[in-house]
Design a protein around this ligand. Structure first.
Ligand code: B3K
Ligand code: ZN
Length: 890
């Protein structure tokens, strides 16, 4: 077990490497207990720097020998580095032999065992757990890799690039030799040795070249790989069409791994995936799973250009590849979804995720800029800020320069930097240089503060209609809250997309003072100062502004709109995002009012009627209706208030759901009947939207029935649960019963377990479903504690740990935050237990108490005590220590 060091790595301390590694010849004698790694590196001194010792990273390695140009040399270990005092020549060959133990590697970083196979995960700093190396992204080498292992245990031997040789060896062994022609940083290195089968497909890209695509899975899972393969093909086609970025490899492989710390990894030509993002059949995966696979496959594929061809100079630049690649996968998913309303559904989903994960991060102890300034453990900075806020920053550039301008910026970026390790500045500069007349280029400095300043900007907007002059003046101002270690922030460029509606809901033509004629009914205002006013002319009556359309900037908006204004937007806004937003705000206002008064919620007729007419509106996308009729989550609401009492919040929100269920009963029944899917299962936007709305209706009907004691709808739900021909409907029906705590839930859960106990990914759903059920009298928490002792539960498999513990602590506030502090006691115990097994997983889990300061008493003190208990442990990984220390910092 590693002991936590508290060394802080700072962005400003960046120095170019003292040595380059040009080629790496690696040989692996693979064995789960003891693998021998023999490495031969061609090293050159970086002549731009003074002569200095060669310092190599290495972690948990057993060193056997070190040779320089074939001669043994003296070396020493210093601060976890292997130091060889200044080698005599400017260029030399370094040979190292060491052993590692994959089966003991429970951290799942480096070379580790999963099932009966061996797999690697090297980003960010896993390569140093394989052999000694300059394990930093700006050192790029050409790799040749020879894998040797038991032919029965490991019939498939894979690494990056092209297979150049293979054959049999004595003693039942065989070998494979791979060569990757692209120089790459060590974090993109990968090896697989396992008993796998592959779905294969040849594709011809626009250049006429043929490429082999392969999706490798465990025997017996081939029938679940079609969607992943289709998603890969669609991604290849999309990147060529939208950005003219072709597949540059003869062979592109995806491999599914059961034990995996995150979603997937973009190793050059050999993407490794969590099984969750590969395996899907209609019987075992939901529509949400199918969507997740499509977007993760695309994300990893898109990294081949944004990440691999152009990589990061150092890990502070992580958003260079992650923010950009998330933006790309979001755009891809929208294009795949098709219709404008299906695109809006994607956008709403992305914004919900941003608000529920990134906004709290920006408001808590882990707040950091999109380009962080310092870290203890880099793995802690694969965050919603770097990924999702980073994607919003790229999206704002896209908004400012337009679709064509953005494509031109991308082209210039690759023209300048292909094959290099660069910084976020390089990307922004290419975008600006390709669009010199844009607001981005003109205010680049103000825009780039998005990379440097943490915190979610507050955007204030107030409109003033002047009847006499027939003008409408909109005053926008911005303010950026202090965050740990940052105060006194500067204004950032904020693009504000807007439209103006008449009170009758008509879109008004927009003409700013100084313009000759109205220009359409929607435009983007560019706020660059702390405060600015914009005057529209020819406005003959009061208007309702629709601001920040399609969520044009990741800010918190205060526009002072009344419920009456919001009802106009909800009914008429041409911007689907803002229609949804108006409904959410109406609901939020009611939740806040009930919390403030300490009274029971009594939903008013205008709100209920607005929800009813939305649900019934002909021609409106069912997926959109599902989102519009979903109340803001407890996590989102908690961020809108202070001194949060999670129990009270839960009670209020549940009561609102009960009322919506009861008041709209006939409408829900109509929605259920109306949205049944005919014909075979397709995971597309159209069908999945219908299923989502039908399942929502069923859940509401079972909820209403549970309140009245009426047996018909619970019976129908049970029937649907039994007869469903796809997992979305089966799980939807099960969730309706579990969510209402109906007596049929238990038999249904037992039946589900019996049906799927041998399908790990489905069993995860079974655990998850129980952990996220709405809390009632402590039953859900008690059930989670019981499930921790279930024979199928283990902390060793990240998916399983996430399904039960992360869902409880991060997604079910009322089950987790208890007045008796039992949730926090469990949290502390599990952080400590997990940390000894898998620090990356533990530090992620530890973050579920990030927002403890926003809680009311007695929760706040109890949470603090639990965090302090973890902090008092002497043996914590640096990953977990960093999270815990930050949480306690004043
Ligand atoms: N780049 C990887 C994430 C690696 C996480 C390391 N702790 C997956 C992705 O973003 O595509
Ligand atoms: Zn990524």
């Amino acid at each position: 077990m590693r002991e936590g060091t508290t060394t802080l790595v700072r962005r400003e301390d960046y120095l170019a490497p003292a040595y380059w590694i040009r080629t790496a010849d690696l040989t692996f004698d693979l064995d789960a207990t003891k693998t021998i790694v023999s490495s031969k590196l061609a090293i050159e001194r970086n002549s731009a720097l003074p002569v200095q010792p060669l310092r190599l990273h290495g972690e948990d390695l057993n060193l056997l020998r070190v040779l320089v140009d074939g001669q043994s040399v003296s070396f020493r270990h210093e601060d976890g580095l292997l130091v060889i005092d200044a080698p005599a020549a400017d260029a030399f060959t370094l040979e190292i032999r060491n052993t590692i133990s994959p089966e003991k590697n429970t951290q799942l970083s480096g070379l580790y065992a999963s099932g009966s196979g061996l797999f690697t995960q090297c980003e960010a700093e896993g390569f140093r757990r394989i052999t000694y190396f300059l394990d930093r992204p700006d050192v790029m080498a050409v790799y040749t890799v020879t894998l040797r292992g038991d032919a029965k245990k490991y019939p498939v031997l894979l690494s990056n690039g092209n297979l150049v040789e293979q054959g049999t060896l004595d003693g039942g062994k065989h070998f494979a030799k791979w060569h990757d022609p692209f120089p790459k940083p060590s974090y993109l290195f990968a090896v697989v040795a396992a008993d796998l089968v592959a779905r294969e497909q040849w594709v011809r890209t626009r250049s006429g070249k043929e490429h082999l695509l392969q999706v490798y899975v465990t025997r017996g899972e081939l029938d679940k790989t079609e969607h992943a393969m289709n998603s890969l093909i669609a991604s290849i086609v999309w990147d060529e069409a939208r950005f003219k970025l072709p597949l540059d490899l003869e062979r592109f492989m995806i491999v599914a791994v059961p034990d995996f710390n995150m979603g997937a990894m973009e190793n050059k030509g050999l993407n490794l995936f969590n099984t969750k993002y590969v395996l899907a059949s209609p019987a075992t995966a939901t529509d949400v799973d199918f969507d997740g696979i499509e977007s993760v496959v695309a994300h990893e594929y898109f990294h081949n250009w944004t990440g691999n061809r152009v990589t990061c100079r150092d890990w502070f630049q992580l958003s260079l590849k992650e923010g950009l690649t998330v933006f790309r996968d979001q755009e891809f998913s929208m294009d795949m979804a098709g219709s404008p309303s299906a695109r809006a559904v994607c956008r709403i989903g992305d914004v919900r995720a941003l608000r529920e994960r990134q906004f709290p991060e920006d408001a808590g102890p882990m707040a950091h800029p999109v380009r962080p300034d310092a870290y203890q453990a880099i793995d802690n900075f694969y965050t919603a800020t770097v990924y999702e806020k980073g994607a919003e920053v790229v999206r704002m550039m896209n908004t400012l320069v337009g679709r064509e301008g953005f494509a031109a910026g991308m082209a210039l970026y690759f023209e300048r930097h292909d094959g290099q390790a660069v910084t976020c500045d390089d990307f922004a500069q290419a975008m600006a240089d390709a669009n010199p007349a844009s607001a981005l280029a003109q205010h680049l400095g103000s825009f780039k503060r998005w990379y440097a300043q943490a915190g979610t900007p507050r955007l204030n907007a107030r409109g003033n209609w002047n009847a006499e002059a027939a003008t409408y003046t909109l005053t926008l101002s911005q303010q950026l809250p202090d965050t740990p270690g940052q105060s006194g922030k500067q204004p950032q460029l904020v693009p504000v997309a807007l439209g103006l509606l008449s009170r009758e809901g008509q879109a008004l033509p927009l003409q700013l003072q100084g313009e000759d004629a109205p220009q359409g009914t929607e435009r983007v205002l560019v706020l660059t100062e702390a405060e600015q006013s914009f005057t529209f002319i020819g406005i003959g009556a009061e208007v309702v502004p629709s601001l920040l359309r399609n969520f044009s900037a990741p800010v918190v908006l205060d526009d002072g709109l009344t419920d009456a204004d919001l009802l106009v937007l909800l009914a008429h806004d041409s911007d689907a995002f803002n229609r949804w937003e108006a409904g959410q705000r109406l609901a939020l206002n009611r939740i806040k009012a009930a919390l403030g008064h300490g009274e029971a919620v009594q939903l008013d007729a205008p709100f209920v009627e607005a929800m009813r007419s939305l649900l019934r509106e002909p021609g409106l996308d069912p997926a959109f209706k599902d989102l519009a009729l979903t109340l803001p989550s407890e996590i989102y609401v908690a961020e809108q208030i202070s001194d949060v009492d999670p129990q009270r919040l839960h009670t209020v929100r549940e009561a609102m759901l009960d009322q919506l269920a009861t008041a709209l009963q006939a409408d829900w029944a109509w929605a259920w009947d109306e949205h049944q899917v005919q014909g075979g299962y397709r995971p597309d936007a159209e069908q999945s939207g219908r299923r989502a709305l039908a399942n929502k209706a069923l859940a509401m009907l079972v909820r209403a029935a549970a309140l009245s004691g009426e047996p018909v709808w619970p019976g129908k739900a049970y029937q649907r649960f039994k007869d469903a021909t796809n997992m979305t409907d089966r799980l939807g029906a099960l969730e309706a019963l579990v969510g209402a705590h109906h007596e049929l839930a238990q038999p249904a859960l037992e039946r589900f377990y019996a049906l799927f106990r041998h399908e790990p990914l489905v069993l995860d759903k079974w655990f998850m479903l129980q952990a996220r059920a709405p809390e009632k009298n402590g039953q859900v928490f008690a059930q989670v504690k019981a499930l921790l002792k279930h024979p199928d539960f283990t902390l060793g498999n990240p998916n399983r740990a996430r399904a039960l513990l992360f869902v409880l602590a991060a997604s079910n506030p009322a089950a987790f935050h208890r007045t008796d502090a039992a949730g926090y006691v469990l949290w502390a115990d599990k952080v400590i237990e997990m940390d000894a097994i898998n620090p990356q997983l533990a530090s992620r889990f530890a973050r579920s108490l990030d927002r403890w300061r926003n809680l009311a008493e007695p929760y706040r003190s109890a949470a603090r005590e639990a965090i302090a208990r973890v902090a008092a442990k002497a043996e914590l990984s640096s990953d977990t220590r960093e999270i815990i220390e930050r949480a306690l910092q004043d």
